[in-house]
Structure formats: C-alpha cells, structure tokens
Write a protein that binds this ligand. Structure first.
Ligand SMILES: NC(=O)c1ccc[n+]([C@@H]2O[C@H](COP(=O)([O-])OP(=O)(O)OC[C@H]3O[C@@H](n4cnc5c(N)ncnc54)[C@H](O)[C@@H]3O)[C@@H](O)[C@H]2O)c1
Ligand SMILES: O=c1ccn([C@@H]2O[C@H](COP(=O)(O)OP(=O)(O)O[C@H]3O[C@H](CO)[C@@H](O)[C@H](O)[C@H]3O)[C@@H](O)[C@H]2O)c(=O)[nH]1
Length: 659
C-alpha cells in the first residue's frame, strides 16, 4: 500500500502502520523477513524497459482505493502454492476486511495445516500461519461451504504432466483444474471471481469459463415456489453472510429479484446441456479437453481419467481420486434427472494470476515479489475484476509491481518465465561440461559472464541439473503448445533445455562410476541431500532421485542424509522409480541416516546432491577419518572448499572443473 495515495488518517493507513510496527517488532529476529524489509526500503530494481514498451503495458492502471466491504477469499488446493500464498495474503491484508479459507480434499493435508507440524517446510511460514490461523486464515476440507461463502476463488491445484492419452509426457493434465471448476459451478449461488493461480496452458481460462457457464445453477433450481416468501426475508442476511463480493463488486445486481440471492433450501442441481458449446475444433482444444469436457456421456471416462496418478504423496492421491469420483458421480446422477436448463444470473469472471514463488524462499517471494500479473478480459466486468484483485494485492505490493494484461499473455508469461530461467541453468550446465574437458572452471566463467549487466549473475550456478515440480513440466507444456501450433523448430529449441538437464545428470553419474574404478558393486556411497534444492523438503523431480536410482542399478549400497526430507518420502520416491521386481532390493540397499556423520561412516564416496548450508560446516577431517580409502567426494553443487578437502586427503571431483 502506498501511503502517499491514501489519506494518512484513513482507517487502512492506520491499520497498516500498526501492522507494520507489529511486524517489525514480531519478526525482528527473523532474518528473512527483516532483511528483505531493508531491501524493500532501499528501492526497486531499475526498470530496464523503454518508455515505449511501458506505454503498452498496463502497470498501475488503477488508482489504489482500499476495499470498501469485507471479502471472503477461497483457495482450492492447500499445497505449496495454495498454503503459502493464502497465508501471506491473510497476514498482509486487514483481518477485518479479508478472510481467507484454504480447502483441500486431502484430510491429511488439512489436518497438518491445522496442527503444529505443517505439511510443507518454508522458512518464515510457520510464524505467519500461527499468527493468522483462526483469525482470518482457515484450513478446511469443507469445499462446499468455502466456495459458497467466497467472493474470490483462487484455483491452486496441481497441473502435472499428463501420463497417458493424447499429449502424454508433455501436455499439462488439467483434470484437477477442471474438477475444481466443476465444483465451483456446482456450488456457487452467486457471482464470483475465479483466479487461475495454478500454472496452466494458454487459453485455459476460456475452458474454465465454458465449464462454469455451462454448468452454473439456475434460479429456478435454487428456489422452489414453496420457500419463496421465506427467502424474501433472508436477502440481507445472505448478502451479509456470503455475498459481499456481489454487494461490493456487482452491486448493480442488488436491483434484481430477491430470489437471485436465495441461499436457503439449496438443492444442488447440475446439468451440462450446453457443454457441447465448447470450442473443440482444433487439435489444441481437443487435447486440452480430452480428459472429460467434450461430451455429455463422458462422465465415466472422466472418472477413469481422474484416477491417473500424479505428483502426490502417499495416500493423498487415493483420497483425491475418491473425492473426484464422488463429485463426478453426483454430477452424473443429477444430469440424468433431465432438469430444465435455465439461464443463471451468476457471473463468473476469470482472471489469470500466476504464481512465481520459488520453494525455499516462498515467503520472501510472496512478501516482496518482483511482479504480480493480473490477466483478464478487457471487458467491463473483466476490468472490474482485475481492479478488485489489484486492490487486494496493493495491501502489501507497490503498485508499480502489479501489472495487468490480457489473459493469454498472463498465462503464457508464467510458462515463458520458467522456460527462460531453466534455459539459463541448462546453458551454464552445458558450459560446465565443456569446462570439465578443457580445464576451465565453470565458477570463474559464470562469474565473468554474470558481471555483464546484460546477462546478470542470478541463476548461473552450475549444478547436477534443475529439479522441482515446475521447470520440467512447464517446459514440456510449452513444447507441447509449440508442436500443436505447428512450430517444431521452437518446440525443439525448448526441448533442448530439458535434454541438456538430463545430459548433465548422466555425465555426473558416469564420472562417479569412472572415478570409482568402474564398479560400484558392494561399495558404500553417501548421498548428502535429497530435496531438489535447499530449504525445502520437496523432492519432486529432484536430481538426487536420478542419481540414487542410477547408483542402485550399479549395486551400490546407498546411505542418504537430508536435514528435512522424511524417511518415508525417500522410500516412496525409490519405490516410484523402481521396477516392481527391483523394488525390494533397492529398498534393502538404501539406508536413511539421521546425521551426515552417520551417513559418511565407512563409506567410499560422498555425493553432494543438495546445497544445504549444513554441508558446508561439517567437520570433514572427522568424516575423512571414518571413511574407506581412497575417500572420494563429488560436489554436485559447488558448495565446498575443494582445496581444503584435498589437503585433508579426499579425492575431489566437482561439476564444471578439474581439481
Ligand atoms: N510448487 C511451486 O513452487 C509452484 C510455484 C508456482 C506455481 N506453481 C503451480 O501451482 C500449482 C499448484 O502447485 P503446488 O506445488 O502447490 O501443488 P501441490 O501438489 O503441492 O498442491 C495441490 C493441492 O491441490 C489439491 N487438490 C487437487 N484437486 C483438488 C480439488 N478438486 N479440490 C481441492 N483440492 C484439490 C491436492 O490435494 C493438493 O494438496 C501448479 O500448477 C504448479 O505448477 C507451483
Ligand atoms: O543457478 C541455479 C538456480 C537453480 N538451480 C536449480 O534449479 C531448480 C529450481 O530452482 P528454483 O527455481 O530456485 O526453485 P523452484 O521452486 O523450482 O522455482 C521455479 O519454479 C517455480 C514454479 O513454477 C516458479 O514459481 C519460480 O519462479 C521458479 O524459480 C533447483 O533444483 C535448483 O537447485 C540451479 O541448478 N542453478
């Protein structure tokens, strides 16, 4: 919130001053929050774009005015994105103005969000959740009530790569997004803003709109003649209870008949007679719709397709699929009742608001984002909806950083940003392979190149390859889009980023094998770090998994230590990546240790897979003394002091250099 634009005496300004004071006070010992506060004060990066470019981009097109009426926000999906971004929103917005409810079909996950042991680890997250929970931040499995009561709904469910069917291995699987959209349509009795927070392919908003508009409730279905008079008395209550958004945002609707706001004796009726209106004339639409939305009789197929596996943890997927099954069954039954299709006054405005947080720094990224994109249609309603989201974000984000644009640009910008970031890593990793051969040092090369302000130094760390749930899947998604739109050269260009990432891992593994005399059979290999980067316990697409699986294939005994990843998660990942006949052997050849020292005891080699700070401060002399000789160390993250290790007696190998 920019105080210059708001009267210093306004309640919002006063609220924020108190809040800022409290934040500084309460988080004064928290380096993440306080450090970035200092950065925030010291100013923002220089805008490198020309005035001409800026003229065409809609930064801060709205004046900032505080919300006039309290609003209810719902997040569907309490994962990394839903859980963290909802918490920061609740923390940064006035408690009396913004209530945030996060729902998920996973009871296990919601129980964890409501406990002292949160389901994800992010520095600073616990403080914020504990501070807001029960005030203006709630976690629940009750999707129906949360959707019903909400004015703005953020869809923050997973969008993994499709595993089978058309586009398998590349296209995004949108079944969770679609299920969320259908649920919203099924439950909503009044107009809402639906925000795509998940990363989605271009034009998904159009599909969400079609699903919502084709399936929304009609007035007659929500109001039987019997209870009409009773409902007349309830209009103000219902508005107060759950229609704040309508009141605030579509207040012209208050002029329409009372029954439009009826919330009593609600009978969910579902029909999708209009579903064939979906534009599925081209390959792209066909493929995006292929999981379910293209015909009225597809419900059973829907259920099948929704039971496909995803990036979920033990038990979670089963729970998710059961819930989806129940929903679809309910939909199917109601559809069969052949209910008259009537037009509803419910209006759903779809916005794209992709999330750019990185794991491990999520809270910092959410508090001080480089930018917030709000994509919307340039219609009167679209602009109003963008404005409302803009007001919400302007509680804590400077207006220069909130950018409005078209829906399709916003959707594509997310995929583009991830592709460009991953491309930098693949570029430096390609050079690291060359460095290993010619005797150059990739850290020196990276430093030299990064000093060029046109290149910049960020995201130029050579590594065993990028991991995480996003880069690979989002680039594959981009590749898929390019192919569908018949741009094979462009598709190949981006595909190479992924191929280089795989190559980097393979070259590292081959080097380990080569240095350990071409046999790992019976050797004990220690793996330091299993998460895909430091400060997270997420292991999705972690390079450590590829490395461990390759070493297990060579009959090595693997001892793994990670400060945050649980034993169960590691065994789960090994199981998921093992052939069924090898699973038992792989598990018995993998030992999970409670400390780095235990893991390295009587081992032949240490492999640094994750750059946890802890690994830089270990007593390597002690470690060396307790290892088999010769003792090797393979630094896949370039975090150790190689000269010091050599002096101790280690044979040191590192990505991108000859030591
Ligand atoms: N993880 C990140 O760092 C990150 C960052 C930016 C964007 N994204 C994008 O955000 C989206 C979510 O990613 P994530 O990492 O939070 O995923 P996640 O797997 O951690 O969480 C998704 C959650 O959605 C729930 N869910 C699925 N269908 C549901 C339904 N119909 N109703 C209620 N809950 C449902 C699941 O149970 C799960 O808990 C993805 O599109 C991802 O690409 C992720
Ligand atoms: O110089 C670097 C930087 C990163 N990495 C690796 O790249 C992967 C991804 O790291 P990072 O991007 O920091 O984490 P993510 O949480 O995957 O975040 C990315 O993916 C998110 C999901 O879409 C986006 O929101 C973020 O903006 C984008 O950075 C990790 O394995 C890192 O170790 C490197 O190897 N070298």
């Amino acid at each position: 919130m920019l105080s210059s634009q708001i009267s210093p005496n306004s309640p919002i300004t006063q609220f924020n001053s108190i809040k800022n004071f409290k934040e500084t006070f309460e988080f004064s010992n928290n380096s993440i929050l306080s450090n970035t506060n200092v950065n925030q004060i010291s100013g923002y990066p220089q805008n490198i774009y020309s005035e001409k470019t800026k003229e065409n981009i809609n930064t801060c097109s709205f004046g900032i005015s505080p919300l006039e009426t309290p609003i209810n926000i719902c997040f569907i999906g309490a994962g990394y994105v839903g859980g963290t971004s909802s918490a920061v929103m609740a923390y940064k917005c006035p408690e009396n103005m913004v209530k945030v409810t996060v729902c998920d079909i996973s009871h296990e996950k919601i129980n964890a969000w409501n406990s002292d042991k949160l389901p994800i680890y992010e520095p600073g997250l616990e403080d914020i959740v504990k501070k807001q929970r029960g005030k203006n931040l709630f976690f629940t499995t009750d999707l129906n009530s949360s959707i019903d009561a909400s004015d703005i709904i953020f869809i923050s469910v997973g969008t993994p790569t499709k595993k089978k069917g058309f586009g398998a291995g590349q296209a995004a699987d949108l079944k969770y997004v679609e299920c969320a959209a259908r649920k919203i349509a099924q439950i909503s009795k009044n107009s809402k803003i639906i925000v795509e927070k998940s990363t989605v392919p271009c034009r998904t908003a159009e599909h969400i709109r079609t699903i919502l508009d084709s399936n929304k409730l009609s007035h007659k279905q929500t109001l039987s003649p019997k209870n009409h008079s009773k409902n007349n008395n309830n209009i103000s209550n219902s508005i107060n209870k759950s229609n704040n958004f309508n009141y605030y945002y579509y207040n012209s609707e208050l002029n329409i008949k009372n029954e439009d706001f009826n919330v009593n004796n609600f009978n969910i009726n579902y029909h999708n007679d209009n579903i064939n209106n979906i534009n599925n004339n081209d390959d792209y639409n066909n493929s995006m719709d292929s999981s379910s939305i293209s015909n009225n009789d597809s419900t059973l197929t829907d259920i099948d397709s929704c039971s496909e596996s995803n990036t979920f943890y033990q038990g979670q997927e089963q729970e998710l699929n059961k819930s989806i099954f129940d929903d679809l069954l309910e939909i199917k039954l109601k559809k069969n009742r052949n209910i008259e299709n009537e037009k509803s006054s419910c209006h759903f405005e779809i916005l794209s608001n992709p999330e750019f947080l990185s794991e491990g720094t999520a809270i910092n990224d959410l508090l001080y984002p480089d930018r917030v994109l709000i994509g919307g249609l340039q219609t009167k309603e679209g602009i109003k909806a963008q404005n409302l989201l803009y007001q919400l974000y302007s509680y804590w984000i400077p207006k220069e950083k909130i950018i409005t644009m078209s829906l399709w640009s916003s959707e594509l910008s997310k995929l583009a940003a991830n592709a460009l970031l991953a491309q930098r890593i693949s570029s430096i990793n390609a050079l690291s392979a060359l460095c290993e051969e010619v005797g150059a040092d990739i850290q020196e090369v990276s430093y030299a190149c990064g000093l060029d302000t046109r290149i910049g130094s960020k995201f130029l760390n050579a590594s065993i390859g990028f991991g995480g749930s996003c880069f690979k899947k989002d680039i594959l998604n981009l590749v898929y889009l390019c192919n569908v739109f018949k741009l094979p050269e462009v598709a190949d260009y981006w595909m190479q980023v992924i191929k280089m990432n795989e190559y980097r891992k393979t070259k590292f593994i081959k080097n380990i094998l080569n240095r350990l005399f071409n046999t790992l059979s019976g050797k004990s290999i220690t793996v330091f770090g299993f998460s895909f980067k430091k400060n997270t316990k997420d292991t999705r697409e972690s390079a450590a998994i590829t490395i461990v699986m390759a070493l297990l294939q060579e009959n090595a005994i693997i001892k793994i230590y990670d400060p945050k990843v649980t034993k169960e998660q590691i065994y789960y990942d090994i199981k998921e990546n093992s052939d069924p006949q090898e699973f038992n052997e792989n598990i018995s050849n993998t030992i999970i240790c409670d400390s780095a020292y235990d893991a390295a005891h009587k081992s032949d080699a240490i492999i640094i897979c994750t750059e946890w700070d802890e690994f830089t401060t270990l007593n390597y002399q002690n470690i060396y003394n307790n290892m088999n000789k010769p003792a090797f160390i393979f630094d896949g993250r370039l975090i150790l002091n190689h000269n010091k290790l050599k002096k101790i007696g280690f044979i040191v190998e590192a990505i991108g250099k000859k030591i």
